[in-house]
Design a binder for this molecule. Sequence first.
Ligand code: AMP
Ligand code: MG
Length: 357
Amino acid sequence: MNDSLEKINTVVANGNSREAILQAADILRSGGLVAFPTETVYGLGADACSKKAAEKIYSAKGRPSDNPLIVHIADVKAVYELAACVPPKAEMLMEAFWPGPLTIILPKKELVPNETTGGLDTVALRMPSHPAALEMIRESGLYIAAPSANTSGRPSPTEAAHVLDDLKGKVDMILDGGAVGIGIESTIVDLTGECPTILRPGFITKQMLEHIIGEVKMDAALEINDSSIRPKAPGMKYTHYAPKGELTIVEASSADDSGMNVANKINELVREKQQSGCGVAVIATSEHAHLYKCQNVLVVGDGTKGETIAAKLYSTLRKCDELSVDYIFSEAFSTGALGSAIMNRLLKAAGQRVIKI
Ligand code: AMP
Ligand code: MG
Protein backbone atom coordinates (compact mmCIF):
# COMPACT_ATOMS: atom_id res chain seq x y z
CA MET A 1 0.00 0.00 0.00
CA ASN A 2 1.02 3.60 -0.48
CA ASP A 3 2.94 5.55 2.05
CA SER A 4 0.96 8.36 3.70
CA LEU A 5 3.15 11.10 2.22
CA GLU A 6 2.77 9.88 -1.34
CA LYS A 7 -0.25 10.97 -3.40
CA ILE A 8 -2.64 8.01 -3.68
CA ASN A 9 -4.99 7.23 -6.56
CA THR A 10 -8.39 7.45 -4.84
CA VAL A 11 -10.94 5.02 -6.31
CA VAL A 12 -14.62 5.87 -5.83
CA ALA A 13 -16.76 2.71 -5.91
CA ASN A 14 -20.41 1.80 -5.52
CA GLY A 15 -21.08 0.95 -1.87
CA ASN A 16 -23.89 -1.40 -2.89
CA SER A 17 -21.59 -3.57 -4.98
CA ARG A 18 -20.37 -6.80 -3.41
CA GLU A 19 -17.28 -6.66 -5.60
CA ALA A 20 -16.39 -3.16 -4.37
CA ILE A 21 -16.87 -4.21 -0.73
CA LEU A 22 -14.55 -7.20 -1.24
CA GLN A 23 -11.96 -4.88 -2.80
CA ALA A 24 -12.32 -2.49 0.16
CA ALA A 25 -11.77 -5.39 2.57
CA ASP A 26 -8.59 -6.34 0.63
CA ILE A 27 -7.28 -2.77 0.86
CA LEU A 28 -7.91 -2.72 4.62
CA ARG A 29 -6.10 -6.06 5.05
CA SER A 30 -3.07 -4.67 3.23
CA GLY A 31 -2.94 -1.66 5.57
CA GLY A 32 -4.73 0.89 3.34
CA LEU A 33 -7.42 3.51 4.00
CA VAL A 34 -11.07 3.14 2.94
CA ALA A 35 -13.78 5.76 3.48
CA PHE A 36 -17.17 4.10 3.92
CA PRO A 37 -20.77 5.06 4.69
CA THR A 38 -22.25 4.50 8.14
CA GLU A 39 -25.70 5.51 9.37
CA THR A 40 -24.20 8.56 11.17
CA VAL A 41 -21.49 10.09 8.90
CA TYR A 42 -18.85 8.68 6.51
CA GLY A 43 -15.95 6.99 8.33
CA LEU A 44 -12.28 6.78 7.38
CA GLY A 45 -11.36 3.17 8.08
CA ALA A 46 -8.11 1.31 8.69
CA ASP A 47 -6.95 -1.77 10.63
CA ALA A 48 -7.43 -0.81 14.31
CA CYS A 49 -4.74 -3.24 15.48
CA SER A 50 -2.03 -1.85 13.19
CA LYS A 51 -0.03 1.11 14.50
CA LYS A 52 0.98 2.05 10.97
CA ALA A 53 -2.60 2.04 9.69
CA ALA A 54 -3.74 4.20 12.62
CA GLU A 55 -0.92 6.65 11.89
CA LYS A 56 -2.08 6.86 8.25
CA ILE A 57 -5.54 7.94 9.45
CA TYR A 58 -4.07 10.75 11.58
CA SER A 59 -1.89 11.89 8.72
CA ALA A 60 -4.67 11.83 6.04
CA LYS A 61 -7.02 13.86 8.27
CA GLY A 62 -4.39 16.13 9.82
CA ARG A 63 -5.81 14.92 13.14
CA PRO A 64 -3.97 15.62 16.43
CA SER A 65 -2.47 12.33 17.64
CA ASP A 66 -4.01 12.64 21.12
CA ASN A 67 -7.51 12.37 19.64
CA PRO A 68 -8.43 8.66 19.84
CA LEU A 69 -10.24 6.68 17.15
CA ILE A 70 -13.51 4.75 17.50
CA VAL A 71 -13.09 1.04 16.72
CA HIS A 72 -15.89 -0.32 14.53
CA ILE A 73 -16.89 -3.97 14.87
CA ALA A 74 -19.44 -6.24 13.17
CA ASP A 75 -19.89 -8.80 15.93
CA VAL A 76 -20.51 -8.56 19.71
CA LYS A 77 -17.79 -11.20 20.24
CA ALA A 78 -15.25 -8.55 19.27
CA VAL A 79 -16.07 -6.52 22.41
CA TYR A 80 -14.69 -9.31 24.60
CA GLU A 81 -11.56 -9.52 22.47
CA LEU A 82 -10.84 -5.78 22.64
CA ALA A 83 -12.11 -4.75 26.09
CA ALA A 84 -10.48 -5.87 29.35
CA CYS A 85 -13.77 -5.75 31.22
CA VAL A 86 -17.38 -5.66 30.00
CA PRO A 87 -19.78 -4.57 32.76
CA PRO A 88 -23.47 -5.64 32.68
CA LYS A 89 -24.57 -2.08 31.76
CA ALA A 90 -22.39 -2.26 28.63
CA GLU A 91 -24.08 -5.53 27.66
CA MET A 92 -27.53 -3.99 28.23
CA LEU A 93 -26.68 -1.02 25.99
CA MET A 94 -25.17 -3.25 23.29
CA GLU A 95 -28.32 -5.36 23.34
CA ALA A 96 -30.62 -2.32 23.15
CA PHE A 97 -28.80 -0.09 20.64
CA TRP A 98 -26.44 -2.17 18.49
CA PRO A 99 -26.07 -2.17 15.63
CA GLY A 100 -26.62 1.58 15.79
CA PRO A 101 -25.34 5.09 16.58
CA LEU A 102 -23.95 4.41 20.07
CA THR A 103 -20.24 4.24 21.01
CA ILE A 104 -19.21 2.77 24.37
CA ILE A 105 -15.92 3.38 26.18
CA LEU A 106 -14.39 0.43 28.06
CA PRO A 107 -10.93 -0.42 29.46
CA LYS A 108 -8.77 -1.71 26.58
CA LYS A 109 -6.84 -4.93 26.15
CA GLU A 110 -3.19 -4.95 25.06
CA LEU A 111 -4.25 -5.96 21.52
CA VAL A 112 -5.44 -2.40 20.86
CA PRO A 113 -2.37 -0.24 20.15
CA ASN A 114 -1.87 3.09 21.93
CA GLU A 115 -1.74 4.76 18.51
CA THR A 116 -5.42 3.88 18.04
CA THR A 117 -6.51 5.13 21.47
CA GLY A 118 -4.42 8.31 21.52
CA GLY A 119 -2.40 6.88 24.40
CA LEU A 120 -5.46 6.19 26.60
CA ASP A 121 -5.94 2.87 28.39
CA THR A 122 -9.58 2.77 27.25
CA VAL A 123 -11.09 1.96 23.87
CA ALA A 124 -14.19 3.34 22.10
CA LEU A 125 -16.32 0.64 20.43
CA ARG A 126 -19.26 0.84 18.05
CA MET A 127 -21.20 -1.54 15.83
CA PRO A 128 -22.63 0.50 12.93
CA SER A 129 -25.93 -0.52 11.34
CA HIS A 130 -25.17 0.46 7.74
CA PRO A 131 -25.18 -2.77 5.70
CA ALA A 132 -22.13 -1.78 3.59
CA ALA A 133 -20.12 -0.94 6.74
CA LEU A 134 -21.05 -4.22 8.43
CA GLU A 135 -20.27 -6.28 5.32
CA MET A 136 -16.93 -4.54 4.77
CA ILE A 137 -15.84 -5.05 8.39
CA ARG A 138 -16.92 -8.71 8.34
CA GLU A 139 -15.18 -9.42 5.03
CA SER A 140 -11.96 -7.76 6.19
CA GLY A 141 -11.82 -10.01 9.26
CA LEU A 142 -10.41 -6.96 11.13
CA TYR A 143 -11.51 -4.42 13.71
CA ILE A 144 -11.75 -1.09 11.90
CA ALA A 145 -10.61 2.19 13.46
CA ALA A 146 -12.67 4.94 11.84
CA PRO A 147 -12.99 8.63 12.65
CA SER A 148 -15.20 10.82 10.48
CA ALA A 149 -13.78 10.98 6.95
CA ASN A 150 -13.17 14.75 6.81
CA THR A 151 -10.09 16.92 7.13
CA SER A 152 -9.73 17.65 10.85
CA GLY A 153 -11.76 20.70 11.86
CA ARG A 154 -14.07 20.69 8.83
CA PRO A 155 -17.74 19.62 8.88
CA SER A 156 -18.12 15.81 8.94
CA PRO A 157 -18.97 14.22 5.57
CA THR A 158 -22.52 13.02 4.97
CA GLU A 159 -22.03 12.27 1.25
CA ALA A 160 -19.20 10.59 -0.69
CA ALA A 161 -18.57 13.89 -2.53
CA HIS A 162 -17.68 15.56 0.79
CA VAL A 163 -15.05 12.87 1.43
CA LEU A 164 -13.62 13.34 -2.06
CA ASP A 165 -13.42 17.13 -1.51
CA ASP A 166 -11.36 16.65 1.67
CA LEU A 167 -9.38 13.46 1.11
CA LYS A 168 -8.85 12.94 -2.63
CA GLY A 169 -5.31 11.62 -3.12
CA LYS A 170 -5.05 10.68 0.56
CA VAL A 171 -7.23 7.54 0.74
CA ASP A 172 -7.19 4.38 -1.37
CA MET A 173 -10.94 3.99 -1.81
CA ILE A 174 -14.27 5.68 -1.12
CA LEU A 175 -17.34 3.44 -0.96
CA ASP A 176 -20.23 5.61 -2.12
CA GLY A 177 -23.42 4.70 -0.26
CA GLY A 178 -25.30 7.95 -1.04
CA ALA A 179 -26.38 10.45 1.62
CA VAL A 180 -26.28 9.03 5.16
CA GLY A 181 -29.44 8.77 7.28
CA ILE A 182 -28.66 10.40 10.64
CA GLY A 183 -26.07 13.01 9.73
CA ILE A 184 -24.38 13.63 13.10
CA GLU A 185 -21.85 11.42 14.87
CA SER A 186 -22.68 8.66 17.37
CA THR A 187 -23.51 9.27 21.02
CA ILE A 188 -20.44 8.40 23.13
CA VAL A 189 -21.01 6.93 26.60
CA ASP A 190 -18.16 6.22 29.01
CA LEU A 191 -18.73 3.07 31.08
CA THR A 192 -15.40 3.05 32.90
CA GLY A 193 -16.48 5.19 35.88
CA GLU A 194 -19.01 4.88 38.70
CA CYS A 195 -21.85 6.40 36.73
CA PRO A 196 -22.23 6.04 32.93
CA THR A 197 -21.39 9.41 31.38
CA ILE A 198 -22.23 10.91 27.99
CA LEU A 199 -19.07 12.39 26.47
CA ARG A 200 -20.67 13.38 23.15
CA PRO A 201 -24.45 13.77 22.60
CA GLY A 202 -25.95 12.13 19.52
CA PHE A 203 -29.01 10.43 18.09
CA ILE A 204 -29.29 8.11 21.14
CA THR A 205 -30.39 10.53 23.85
CA LYS A 206 -29.75 10.58 27.62
CA GLN A 207 -33.39 9.63 28.15
CA MET A 208 -33.11 6.60 25.84
CA LEU A 209 -29.98 5.43 27.69
CA GLU A 210 -31.57 5.96 31.12
CA HIS A 211 -34.57 3.91 30.05
CA ILE A 212 -32.21 0.92 29.72
CA ILE A 213 -29.56 1.38 32.47
CA GLY A 214 -30.88 3.98 34.94
CA GLU A 215 -28.94 7.12 35.86
CA VAL A 216 -26.64 8.58 33.19
CA LYS A 217 -24.61 11.79 33.63
CA MET A 218 -23.49 14.36 31.09
CA ASP A 219 -19.76 15.16 31.01
CA ALA A 220 -19.41 18.47 32.87
CA ALA A 221 -17.62 20.02 29.89
CA LEU A 222 -20.82 19.57 27.81
CA GLU A 223 -23.04 21.39 30.27
CA ILE A 224 -20.91 24.30 31.38
CA ASN A 225 -19.42 26.64 28.81
CA ASP A 226 -16.10 27.00 30.59
CA SER A 227 -12.92 26.24 28.67
CA SER A 228 -11.06 25.39 31.88
CA ILE A 229 -13.13 22.17 32.19
CA ARG A 230 -11.37 19.47 30.17
CA PRO A 231 -13.76 17.23 28.23
CA LYS A 232 -13.27 13.47 28.86
CA ALA A 233 -13.38 12.76 25.11
CA PRO A 234 -10.11 14.37 23.96
CA GLY A 235 -11.60 15.23 20.55
CA MET A 236 -14.30 17.41 22.11
CA LYS A 237 -11.78 20.12 23.04
CA TYR A 238 -10.90 20.90 19.42
CA THR A 239 -12.62 23.36 17.10
CA HIS A 240 -14.77 21.26 14.81
CA TYR A 241 -17.24 21.27 11.99
CA ALA A 242 -16.31 24.83 11.07
CA PRO A 243 -17.23 26.39 7.73
CA LYS A 244 -14.72 28.88 6.26
CA GLY A 245 -16.95 31.93 6.81
CA GLU A 246 -17.48 33.25 10.37
CA LEU A 247 -20.58 31.63 11.82
CA THR A 248 -22.70 33.29 14.53
CA ILE A 249 -25.79 31.80 16.16
CA VAL A 250 -28.63 34.19 17.02
CA GLU A 251 -30.86 32.82 19.76
CA ALA A 252 -34.00 34.15 21.46
CA SER A 253 -33.69 34.17 25.26
CA SER A 254 -37.47 33.84 25.67
CA ALA A 255 -40.15 32.16 23.53
CA ASP A 256 -40.09 33.47 19.97
CA ASP A 257 -42.57 31.12 18.33
CA SER A 258 -43.02 33.22 15.21
CA GLY A 259 -39.23 33.53 14.83
CA MET A 260 -39.69 37.27 14.24
CA ASN A 261 -37.30 38.53 16.94
CA VAL A 262 -34.43 36.38 15.73
CA ALA A 263 -35.22 37.16 12.08
CA ASN A 264 -35.22 40.93 12.76
CA LYS A 265 -31.82 40.71 14.45
CA ILE A 266 -30.33 38.52 11.71
CA ASN A 267 -31.72 40.80 8.98
CA GLU A 268 -30.07 43.79 10.72
CA LEU A 269 -26.71 41.94 10.87
CA VAL A 270 -27.01 40.81 7.24
CA ARG A 271 -27.67 44.40 6.13
CA GLU A 272 -24.63 45.66 8.04
CA LYS A 273 -22.28 43.08 6.54
CA GLN A 274 -23.65 43.50 3.02
CA GLN A 275 -23.20 47.27 3.25
CA SER A 276 -19.53 46.71 3.92
CA GLY A 277 -19.28 44.54 0.79
CA CYS A 278 -19.20 41.12 2.47
CA GLY A 279 -20.89 37.90 1.29
CA VAL A 280 -23.49 36.60 3.76
CA ALA A 281 -25.63 33.47 4.22
CA VAL A 282 -28.44 32.66 6.65
CA ILE A 283 -29.23 29.18 8.01
CA ALA A 284 -32.89 28.77 8.94
CA THR A 285 -35.72 26.26 9.34
CA SER A 286 -38.25 25.79 6.53
CA GLU A 287 -40.89 27.53 8.69
CA HIS A 288 -38.82 30.70 9.10
CA ALA A 289 -36.94 30.91 5.79
CA HIS A 290 -39.41 33.42 4.30
CA LEU A 291 -38.63 35.91 7.10
CA TYR A 292 -35.08 36.58 5.88
CA LYS A 293 -33.90 39.31 3.55
CA CYS A 294 -30.73 37.75 2.23
CA GLN A 295 -29.65 36.39 -1.12
CA ASN A 296 -28.44 33.13 0.42
CA VAL A 297 -31.04 31.62 2.75
CA LEU A 298 -30.17 27.96 3.36
CA VAL A 299 -32.99 25.78 4.69
CA VAL A 300 -31.51 23.20 7.05
CA GLY A 301 -34.71 21.30 7.87
CA ASP A 302 -38.07 21.38 9.60
CA GLY A 303 -37.90 23.03 13.06
CA THR A 304 -40.39 20.53 14.49
CA LYS A 305 -38.41 17.53 13.21
CA GLY A 306 -34.88 17.53 14.66
CA GLU A 307 -33.90 14.52 12.58
CA THR A 308 -34.30 16.56 9.37
CA ILE A 309 -31.94 19.22 10.76
CA ALA A 310 -29.35 16.66 11.92
CA ALA A 311 -29.41 15.04 8.46
CA LYS A 312 -28.63 18.31 6.64
CA LEU A 313 -26.56 20.28 9.17
CA TYR A 314 -23.10 19.42 7.84
CA SER A 315 -24.03 19.62 4.15
CA THR A 316 -25.52 23.08 4.87
CA LEU A 317 -22.26 24.21 6.50
CA ARG A 318 -20.34 22.88 3.48
CA LYS A 319 -22.76 24.72 1.17
CA CYS A 320 -21.65 27.97 2.88
CA ASP A 321 -18.09 27.17 1.75
CA GLU A 322 -19.28 26.65 -1.83
CA LEU A 323 -20.95 30.06 -1.71
CA SER A 324 -17.67 31.54 -0.38
CA VAL A 325 -19.50 33.81 2.04
CA ASP A 326 -17.61 35.76 4.70
CA TYR A 327 -20.33 35.67 7.36
CA ILE A 328 -23.03 33.16 8.25
CA PHE A 329 -25.89 33.77 10.68
CA SER A 330 -27.87 30.82 11.97
CA GLU A 331 -30.97 30.32 14.04
CA ALA A 332 -30.57 28.04 17.11
CA PHE A 333 -32.13 24.56 16.89
CA SER A 334 -32.27 23.55 20.52
CA THR A 335 -35.78 22.12 20.84
CA GLY A 336 -36.76 18.43 20.71
CA ALA A 337 -34.88 15.24 21.61
CA LEU A 338 -31.99 15.95 19.22
CA GLY A 339 -31.62 19.59 20.30
CA SER A 340 -28.56 19.06 22.51
CA ALA A 341 -26.71 16.96 19.89
CA ILE A 342 -27.43 19.48 17.12
CA MET A 343 -26.49 22.50 19.25
CA ASN A 344 -23.29 20.79 20.45
CA ARG A 345 -22.14 20.61 16.78
CA LEU A 346 -23.48 24.03 15.76
CA LEU A 347 -21.86 25.79 18.74
CA LYS A 348 -18.50 24.20 17.90
CA ALA A 349 -18.89 25.21 14.25
CA ALA A 350 -19.55 28.76 15.48
CA GLY A 351 -16.56 28.71 17.86
CA GLN A 352 -19.22 29.28 20.60
CA ARG A 353 -20.21 32.67 19.07
CA VAL A 354 -23.81 33.31 20.14
CA ILE A 355 -25.85 36.49 20.22
CA LYS A 356 -28.75 36.19 22.69
CA ILE A 357 -31.60 38.61 22.11
P1 AMP B 1 -14.75 10.96 15.41
O1 AMP B 1 -13.72 9.95 15.17
O2 AMP B 1 -14.61 12.15 14.56
O3 AMP B 1 -16.12 10.37 15.43
O4 AMP B 1 -14.47 11.37 16.90
C1 AMP B 1 -14.32 10.37 17.87
C2 AMP B 1 -14.55 10.94 19.23
O5 AMP B 1 -14.46 9.87 20.17
C3 AMP B 1 -13.51 11.97 19.61
O6 AMP B 1 -14.14 13.06 20.27
C4 AMP B 1 -12.64 11.18 20.57
O7 AMP B 1 -11.99 12.01 21.49
C5 AMP B 1 -13.63 10.25 21.23
N1 AMP B 1 -12.99 9.02 21.77
C6 AMP B 1 -12.48 8.00 21.07
N2 AMP B 1 -11.93 7.09 21.91
C7 AMP B 1 -12.09 7.55 23.16
C8 AMP B 1 -11.73 7.08 24.47
N3 AMP B 1 -11.07 5.94 24.63
N4 AMP B 1 -12.05 7.85 25.54
C9 AMP B 1 -12.73 9.00 25.38
N5 AMP B 1 -13.09 9.51 24.17
C10 AMP B 1 -12.78 8.80 23.08
MG1 MG C 1 -14.85 13.82 13.55
